[in-house]
Design a binder for this molecule. Structure first.
Ligand code: NOJ
Length: 529
């Protein structure tokens, strides 16, 4: 079976994982040093958020050179060393590919904006002002304000769905496509195992640039992007063609190179990104439903319906995937609490398909505390500026605080004050302490990954719904493993045929069950029937 069909992927946010240079910012040599930690935890692959040359207006999601490493993170040689070590340890390496937009400092954009007849003019999306001189239409950007910025030198507006410093590439232009496919080849030639593709569903916009309709659910104080329903800025049919072309580039290479797509869409719009059995598209279009429909409504009944609707929507050839956190979402343990974070981990690693895990969640890291004057996230700073409503919102900084390795100075992350404050709980909550604790979250994640690896039904077995009382979500895998998850603070019981407990989220029972399975508060168990 192809490796990615069962792989557990560990996401690293390079600024925050391990500093080796003593500047308070994580880097590639730091990550390299920590690879054995990830391998010993039991993950199969890492995904690195961007480390490319960048002015860092959006911390690397504004790329000025797709084929070089930013000096903050190291050099291309450092990357090669990291890749080599990872492969030696048996870890696959996925890197972030950011095709929707470049930095405004990318040479392509500098050329494009230099004159209306520059050969690269059409590499970006330029439009004349509206008759009143304002933006060409009503589109709003994710990070506040219009999706358009006026360029006085050439008298036109350019499109950016994020910051003005992140101009959108024009994916309708065949030269852009070829240039970006060559970027993919540059990294594939080096031996990377695939890409996590940034905002894959945003690549193409309506060719007629029509105004988007009003969103009836918008309320003052919401971010500007929510003013409209995005039928013209997002998920255009042409995107599917591009996905297939990207897939074809990956398929030029041996060794199962994989595309993971960042796509925040309802299931019916998400599924087409898989392509078809004959013409496959994205291997793993991220399924974020546990996050955006789940984490604010963390009940057994809601989570069961999220899982079962997904299982029903998947095309037969598709591999499912699950995500509980990333660098854009508040920390799992903050959203649902430490007890339920353990239950969530058991679920993530026992559902069918490939799970993605966010660094630090294995020690239950919580949202960091960011004083207003230390906020770095451009999305937060800009929206604060625009509306004044988000005065104290630290945006995405809380989930990006440095990894907590030890109880010592700067949590073992750096030798000096890091770029974001270390969460104050690091003296107790750190890898060193949890490594020595047989009941810690870290031990649970490591053990879950062992049980997963050693239980074929958990890797390949079909998913089957299992009847459970209110507050409990239960399912079978391959007809022979039962997973029962208690989402409540009360004890619960459910009936089972006989079996043997392989693992409890409490890490303290391996008993035989006969007829009745008793679950303690917030307990999840895996039972071999
Ligand atoms: C999605 C990324 O995950 C996020 O961090 C980034 O700001 C935007 N795309 C823009 O690239």
């Amino acid at each position: 079976m192809e490796w990615w069909k069962t792989a557990s992927i560990y996401q690293i946010y390079p600024r925050s994982f391990q500093d080796s240079g003593g500047d308070g910012i994580g880097d590639l040599p730091g990550i390299r040093k920590r690879l054995p930690y990830i391998r010993d935890l039991g993950f199969d692959a890492i995904w690195l958020s961007p480390f490319y040359k960048s002015p860092m207006k959006d911390f690397g999601y504004d790329v000025a050179d797709y084929c070089d490493v930013d000096p903050i993170f190291g050099t291309l040689k450092d990357f090669d060393g990291l890749l080599e070590d990872a492969h030696r340890l048996g870890l696959k390496v996925l890197i972030d590919f950011v095709p929707n937009h470049t930095s405004d400092q990318h040479p392509w954009f500098l050329e494009s904006r230099s004159s209306r007849d520059n050969p690269k003019r059409d590499w970006y999306v330029w439009r004349d002002p509206a008759p009143d001189g304002g933006p060409p239409n009503n589109w709003q950007a994710y990070f506040g304000g219009p999706s358009w910025t006026f360029d006085p030198q050439t008298g036109q507006y350019y499109l950016h769905q994020f910051l003005p410093e992140q101009p959108d590439l024009n994916w309708r232009n065949p030269e852009v496509r070829q240039a970006m496919y060559d970027v993919m080849r540059f990294w594939l030639d080096k031996g990377v195992d695939g890409f996590r593709v940034d905002v894959l569903w945003l690549l193409v916009e309506d060719a007629l640039f029509r105004d988007e309709p009003d969103n009836p659910h918008y309320k003052p104080g919401d971010i500007d992007r929510f003013r409209h329903i995005h039928i013209y800025q997002e998920d255009q049919p042409e995107t599917r063609q591009i996905v297939q072309e990207m897939r074809a580039v990956l398929d030029e290479y041996p060794g199962d190179r994989v595309m993971v797509g960042e796509i925040y869409l309802p299931y019916e719009q998400l599924m087409p990104y898989y392509g078809t059995a004959e013409k496959p598209g994205c291997h793993l279009p991220f399924n974020f439903h546990l996050i955006f429909r789940g984490l604010n409504n963390w009940t057994a009944e809601n989570i069961r319906s999220i899982v079962e609707e997904y299982e029903k929507s998947l095309p037969p050839f598709a591999t499912p995937n699950w995500v509980l956190g990333n660098h854009d979402q508040h920390r799992l343990a903050t959203r649902i609490g430490h007890d339920q974070a353990r239950v969530a981990a058991m679920m993530l690693f026992t559902l069918r398909g490939s799970p993605t895990w966010y660094y630090g969640d294995e020690i239950g890291m919580v949202d960091g505390q960011i004083p207003p004057e230390k906020v770095q996230d451009p999305a937060a700073l800009r929206q604060r500026g625009a509306s004044g409503e988000h005065g104290l919102d630290p945006g995405r900084d809380p989930e990006r605080t440095p990894m907590q390795w030890t109880p010592h100075a700067y949590a073992g992350f750096s030798t000096r004050e890091p770029w974001l404050p270390i969460s104050p709980d690091y003296t107790e909550r750190n890898v060193e302490a949890q490594d020595a604790d047989p009941f810690s979250m870290l031990t649970l994640v490591r053990t879950l990954l062992v049980v997963r690896r050693e239980t074929p039904a958990l890797l390949g077995g079909a998913y089957q719904s299992y009847k459970a009382p209110e507050g409990v979500f239960a399912y079978l895998r391959g007809g022979e493993v039962l997973v029962a998850l208690n989402f409540t603070p009360e004890p619960k019981t459910l009936s089972t045929p006989g079996g043997e407990v392989l693992l409890s989220t409490y890490l303290d029972r391996y008993d035989k069950v006969e007829g009745v399975l008793e679950l303690r508060p917030h307990e999840g168990v895996i039972v071999k029937l």
